[in-house]
Ligand binder design. Structure first.
Ligand code: UDP
Length: 389
């Protein structure tokens, strides 16, 4: 595939390219322009910057919605927080999630309220700890190696069957016994009434929205932005050219070793003539019979904004990503990990190209992980290379 004219034009003037204007690419571009003082061209095949973190204002309701599902910024890393604070302020939103199981609503992640409501008891923290230890002991799992065993060894089988099994099957379309244990360790289990989804020091949603945050990151006369632009190499990379590639690593090599597998998401939107549909930003649905995994109601992310009379909701469905679908979650099977390793070897031999980001590293990165990885990549790999030019 030949690059489009915008790309050919830019190539004449810039020697540093960032492919992908998502979190990783935007942070790297900001550093190259502001810290190294070097012109950089950022290409993205989409019509907007920000990758999957992008948000827009719904023209009908005036509500800002996260186009690729809910994104809440959270971190305990002071360096990351200090960095992003130069470009945005976080509001006071604290993420809480509820889950509907067999027609009843429970608190997530599993905490004292979930345990007491599910079992119809009224236990204090220590009593609940002992009670759940008893539930866990009913199964003998010495060394949990998969998601099911890990979950059962953390919360016991009844809570696993109610809140994890069905949701996980819908999310991954495969039995939880075939999934890696680490997926479930993203969720804490608490023996208190603390129902915050995240346990990080800093949390919130950009006061002025994600679009404003990404525009601030990329606001520099040294940064040229080419949207709606596919990247492909028409010839050898010249010695003084540097490419930071944040797209799928297998795509860079034209899938020559095979395709890395991803899960994608479909979103079904509805504008409802009501002030508040579900009373919270995210409601999970634990039963397999409900086809969607969760419902987002975006207005709850900005309690500081003036109220609007209607609401915008979106049902989220998970499925296997075909060619052309937006990749969201890497499917971390042994086969995919081996394929990724083989692509890394090709990447290591590729002169003048640095690979990074969620798609480039085939890793599910939270936003703060992506910022951190970009800052480290800039300091350790990009900056020294640019200094040598
Ligand atoms: N999960 C679950 N029930 C829930 C929420 C999460 O079983 O109500 C499991 C599921 O396997 C999911 C994993 O926990 O893939 C991680 O959930 P998280 O909310 O961190 O996923 P994300 O919001 O990143 O999609």
């Amino acid at each position: 595939m030949l690059p489009n004219l915008g790309y050919i034009f830019m190539k004449k003037y810039t020697k540093v390219f960032v492919v992908g204007a998502g979190m990783f690419g935007s942070v790297v571009a900001e550093r190259i322009a502001n810290d190294s003082g070097i012109p950089v061209t950022v290409l993205d095949k989409r019509a907007h910057i920000g990758g999957n973190c992008w948000s827009e204002i719904c023209p009908v309701t005036g509500i800002e919605y996260h186009k690729y599902g809910s994104h809440i910024f959270h971190t305990s890393d002071a360096v990351v927080y200090e960095y992003i604070s130069k470009f945005m302020s976080l509001n006071s939103y604290r993420h809480t999630v509820y889950t509907t199981y067999q027609g009843r609503v429970y608190s997530m992640p599993i905490n004292l309220d979930t345990i007491n409501t599910y079992y119809g008891v009224n236990l204090g923290p220590e009593e609940a700890r002992k009670f759940i230890a008893g539930e866990i002991d009913r199964d003998t799992i010495a060394d949990p190696q998969n998601l099911e065993d890990k979950a059962v060894s953390l919360i016991g089988r009844p809570l696993y069957e109610a809140f994890i099994k069905g949701y996980t099957q819908k999310q991954w379309e495969c039995p939880p016994r075939e999934l890696p244990a680490y997926i479930i360790t993203r969720l804490p289990v608490r023996y208190s009434y603390n129902n915050r989804y995240f346990s990080d020091t800093y949390e919130g949603v950009p006061v002025e929205g994600y679009a404003h945050f990404f525009h601030s990151l990329l606001k520099n006369y040294r940064i040229s932005l080419c949207l709606n632009t596919n990247f492909s190499l028409s010839d050898e990379i010249e010695d003084d050219t540097l490419i930071v590639f944040t797209g799928p690593i297998d795509e860079y090599f034209s899938h020559r070793l095979g395709r890395l597998e991803w899960r994608t998401l479909d979103f079904e939107y509805d504008i409802l003539d009501t002030q508040d549909y579900q009373g919270t930003a995210v409601m999970n649905y634990a039963d397999v019979e409900t086809k969607y995994t969760r419902v987002h109601e975006f207005k709850h992310y900005h309690p500081e904004r003036p109220p609007v009379p209607s609401t915008l909701i979106c049902r989220e469905y998970s499925r296997y990503a075909g060619a052309g679908d937006t990749p969201y979650y890497p499917i971390n099977t042994e086969k995919n990990q081996a394929l990724y390793k083989a692509y890394r070897e090709l990447a290591a031999a590729q002169q003048g190209v640095v690979f990074g980001g969620r798609l480039g590293s085939y890793k599910y990165l939270d936003m703060d992980d992506a910022v951190k990885a970009a800052l480290v990549c800039y300091d350790q790999e990009i900056k020294p290379r640019l200094a040598k030019r």
